[in-house]
Every structure is written in C-alpha cells, then in structure tokens.
Design a protein around this ligand. Structure first.
Ligand code: GLU
Length: 301
C-alpha cells in the first residue's frame, strides 16, 4: 500500500442510535485505511437533527468506539457546536449565487417532478441578500438549497473504480438549511471535511450517490474534493441495510474482540482464529499490518 503521509481520514456517525455492527464495519474500514497509510483518523459526530437523535446516542457511540479500541487522533468534533461555520458557508454560497431560498413543499416538488413550481432558483437569486439575514431565524418559511450545475460527473472510487453520475440542476438541488432551521448533511459534511483537512473519505455505499453533488459543493467553497472509498453496506436477514431505523441491535461492548473479528471477516480480511484469544489492541494491530482493501467483497452487500 502507498504511504500517504498527509492522509487524514474520519468516521462521521449521525447519532440516531447506538453503534451497531454495520457502523462498526464502516468505522473499522476507515480506521484501517488511515492507519495503514500512517495517517490520522478522526471522529466527528454529525448531530444536526435533534428531532431524530436520542440524547444518549452520542455518549453510547463514543463509549462503543472506545471499547473497541478506536480512538480519535484529535478531539472529537460535534456538528451541533459549529452552527456559525455553517452559517458563514451559506452566506458565502448565497453571495456567490450558488444557493437560493426555496419555499416549495416536498409534495409540490414531487408532483412537479422536482421542478420548483415557484421557480425558486430564477426568482430568488435577486433577493438573496434578504435570505442572508433570515438564515439565523428558526422556522423561516423557506429552505436554502444549493444550485447545482448540470453535469455528467466522472470520478474514481478507491474501491469501486470509475463512477459516472448525472447531476441535474434544479431537480437534484440539495437542501443546505432546512425549513425547521436545521443545517443539512450535504452542507455540513463538506464544510467539515474541508476544515478538518480530510484527504480520504471511507463510508458506506448508501452515500455513493451523494458524491457528485458533494464534489460541486467542494468546488463552490474553493476546495479540492478528497478521495472517496465506498464500502458495501451490511444487510440484515431481510436484505435491509443494517441501520438504526431497522432496529439493528447495539453492539455488545463487552465482546469487542469478537465484534472486531466479525467486522474484519465482513470486510473480506482473513483474521486468524488466534486473535479471538487476544486483546482488541492485538486484533487492531494485526488488522493494520494485514489490511488489504482489495479483499473487500464487492458482492457482499
Ligand atoms: N453522518 C453520515 C451517516 O451517519 C455519514 C457521513 C459521511 O460519511 O459522509 O450516515
């Protein structure tokens, strides 16, 4: 594996529930990629939506990562404490004409095939200054969206290879600030990855289709996009993504060695059974030394 001395990776869970096996697999893959490149590995809690996040979830996730020997190399960043930074980024995008306010309801957009019945994009660019002042108010009657460019986007995933994604302006324009006053994932993830100097994003392939849009937001904020590596998501017995929404069971923090062993198997690595007799530190050491991303089964969904 090439050693990238400036490698900076991260694990960025949304605290909608405790850590489950699928999120351990993602955390471990990002950790092993970073460590095997002699890079740094950071943890960021993406707590942007208090309505979907039980208050205990952040503590549970951090405890679970600790129990599995996965320690952030820098202080953990919490998105809930970074609203001013997101606010400035939105102001910048509004000023550049890359964002606009939109008061269409989800239903209106759906029935209109994603086109804005109130022609938000063209109408609003002229009055964006007003929007800037209103950004800080909760429950404003509009969302702020990013104005995408039409694009046939091509980029290369570190695991999946060449990607071709179509970006449709207006129809795909992502929300940056929700009507309820919450900053949205598409904005915060890019702003923070830029500010934390993340060079490599390793995450679940359920986020693959977000990437082309995120590349445009990177550029609008004057930054070069990172490398991305999307790992297959882990499915439950019913073929659904293992997720908090599907009530994936919380990891048992009393069995970290077994959990890490199983996560390595899910990532196509071939850990020797002897690891089960050792400590979680032994397992992680073995895994860093033997990490082989090419062994991740692309068919293992
Ligand atoms: N917070 C996102 C999630 O938990 C992941 C963000 C990312 O890795 O880009 O699904």
């Amino acid at each position: 594996m090439t050693i990238l001395r400036n490698y900076r990776g991260r694990f960025a869970p949304s605290p909608t529930g405790p850590l489950h096996f699928g999120s351990l697999v993602t955390a471990l893959a990002s950790y092993l990629e970073a460590k095997s490149c002699e890079g740094r590995w950071l943890v960021r809690i993406e707590d942007l939506d208090p309505l979907r996040e039980p208050s205990e979830a952040t503590g549970e996730i951090l405890n679970s990562l600790d129990a599995h020997g996965l320690f952030s190399d820098e202080p953990v960043v919490f998105q809930s404490r970074r609203h001013e930074v997101y606010h400035s980024a939105i102001e910048h995008l509004l000023n550049q004409g890359r964002a606009y306010r939109c008061s269409c309801s989800r239903k209106e957009l759906q029935t209109n095939h994603g086109r804005h019945p109130q022609q938000c994009r063209s109408n609003n660019f002229s009055i964006n200054k007003v929007a800037i002042h209103n950004v800080a108010n909760n429950h404003q009657p509009f969302a702020i969206r990013y104005a995408l460019n039409d694009e046939q986007c091509q980029w290369r995933d570190q695991l999946l290879g060449p990607q071709h994604q179509t970006v449709r302006s207006e129809i795909d324009d992502p929300v940056l600030l929700r009507k309820e006053g919450f900053f949205a994932y598409q904005l915060a993830v890019v702003v923070d990855d830029i500010e934390q100097g993340i060079t490599d994003v390793v995450r679940g392939s359920d986020l693959l289709e977000m990437t082309a849009q995120q590349r445009q937001i990177y550029r609008a904020l004057g930054a070069t996009p990172p490398r991305w590596l999307h790992i297959p998501v882990i499915l439950n017995d019913q073929g659904q993504k293992l997720s908090k929404q599907n009530r994936a069971p919380a990891l048992d923090n009393d069995r970290p060695v077994k959990n890490v062993f199983e996560a390595l198997v899910a990532l196509g690595q071939e850990p020797p059974a002897s690891l089960l007799m050792g400590s979680v530190t032994d397992s992680l050491e073995w895994a860093c030394g033997h990490w082989h991303r090419g062994a991740i089964h692309l068919t293992h969904r």
